[in-house]
Design a protein around this ligand. Structure first.
Ligand code: MG
Length: 378
């Protein structure tokens, strides 16, 4: 059987979705939108992504661990980007290609199978469509007359094609604007077949679409908690939430004694139901002497990723009389977000004293507690 390639178009800026970063690189349940989209096509033989010229670094992060071809840089518009992607795929001689928008990360295996099935049954150009159910109106100078829904459909992607035919059509129609690849196929006289689309296969366009997409993705959400404390000892700085903070004492511990990151690591392990930090990094092990605790946190988040899930939120409370946490709070949030690959809005760092009571009140050490929420596949 001939090879099936996926061509994912991720060259646009998607600024309507807000957030500064191109929407395909913004996190959805803790992972870039594009990472979900690429994963959805892992059943195909080849995955070619077309990216924006300035997005190389963001793409490398999104593509970590994915089996895909070297990305192609897109052109000035979507149509030209698709053509460049097809040209790159030509070297691999696929029989069919599924052209898909990066901003539709919820595409299901069932929809991909419907499009592929129609191609295997002799289809030349296949488009998933959905009925229009809302009433349609047209804005006119003196009114809002109804427009008939008769014969109207909404077109989605992936749109599937015989590879040679759509490549030839794109080459022949360079510079002639078309709304999508099906339109290009139609201009070239290819036979169009429709299959049922999927309401869940939404296109992330507006800022609110991220929350909607996350709700549609579902999965099981789990919460874990962690607690840790370290005693003050000689030194001139402490490590807290991944930050080195000058202080009149240090914290005693086998590693860097970062109680904040230790509590958070335990919270994630707790959510996973996978033991605790001491089990994964025994204090008897010389490898972890003086270790920087971001390693422990990253290990815990890798365990979540290996289970097909992601960390979606965390909240750390540092408990001490000194040092003052307030001035470092934002930098701590930023550092934790960086370690976990999360948007900063999903990371909280708080601080409290115990009003002079107990061991933290007597300034004997620093304690931390943390809560983490993770999402695992349903
Ligand atoms: Mg500890």
């Amino acid at each position: 059987m001939g090879k099936i390639a996926a061509l994912i178009v991720a060259g646009g800026r998607g600024e309507r979705a807000g957030g500064g970063v191109a929407k395909q690189y913004r996190p959805l349940l803790g992972k870039p939108v594009l990472a979900w989209t690429m994963e959805a096509f892992k059943s195909t033989d080849l995955i070619q992504v077309v990216i924006g010229a300035a997005d190389g670094e963001a793409f490398a992060t999104a593509a970590a661990g994915q089996k895909i071809l070297t990305p192609t840089t897109g052109g000035p518009n979507r149509q030209e980007s698709v053509r460049l992607g097809l040209e790159a795929l030509a070297a691999h001689s696929p029989e069919f290609v599924l052209i898909h928008d990066a901003a539709r990360p919820l595409v299901s295996p069932a929809l991909i199978a419907r499009v592929t099935g129609a191609l295997r049954e002799g289809g030349e150009a296949v488009v998933p469509v959905l009925p229009v159910t809302d009433a349609l109106k047209r804005q006119e100078a003196n009114g809002l007359p109804a427009v008939s829904r008769e014969g109207l459909f909404r077109a989605q992607t992936p749109q599937g094609f015989r590879f040679d035919a759509i490549l030839a059509a794109h080459r022949a129609q360079r510079g002639r604007e078309a709304v999508d690849d099906i339109a290009i196929a139609e201009n070239a006289g290819m036979k169009i077949t429709t299959v049922a689309g999927d309401e869940r296969n939404m296109k992330i366009t507006a800022p609110d679409d991220f929350a909607l997409a996350e709700n549609l993705m579902g999965g099981q959400f789990r919460t874990g908690m962690g607690f840790d404390a370290h005693r003050f000892g000689p030194g001139d700085h402490v490590w807290l939430c991944g930050l080195k903070i000058p202080h009149g004492a240090g914290l005693i511990g086998h590693s860097d004694a970062d109680a904040g990151l230790h509590a958070l690591t335990d919270a994630i392990l707790g959510a996973l139901g996978d033991g605790d930090i001491g089990q994964h990094f025994p204090p008897t092990d010389e490898r972890w002497r003086g270790a920087s605790s971001d390693k422990f946190l990253r290990h815990a988040s890798d365990l979540v990723a290996n289970a097909g899930g992601s960390v979606v939120h965390c909240d750390v409370t540092l408990i001490c009389e000194a040092p003052k946490i307030g001035p470092h709070r934002e930098a701590m949030r930023k550092r934790v977000a960086e370690i976990l690959g999360l948007d900063i809005s999903r990371v909280s760092v708080k601080a409290t004293t115990t009003e002079g009571m107990g061991f933290t009140g007597r300034r004997e050490g620093i304690a931390a507690q943390a809560v983490a929420t993770i999402r695992l596949p349903a």
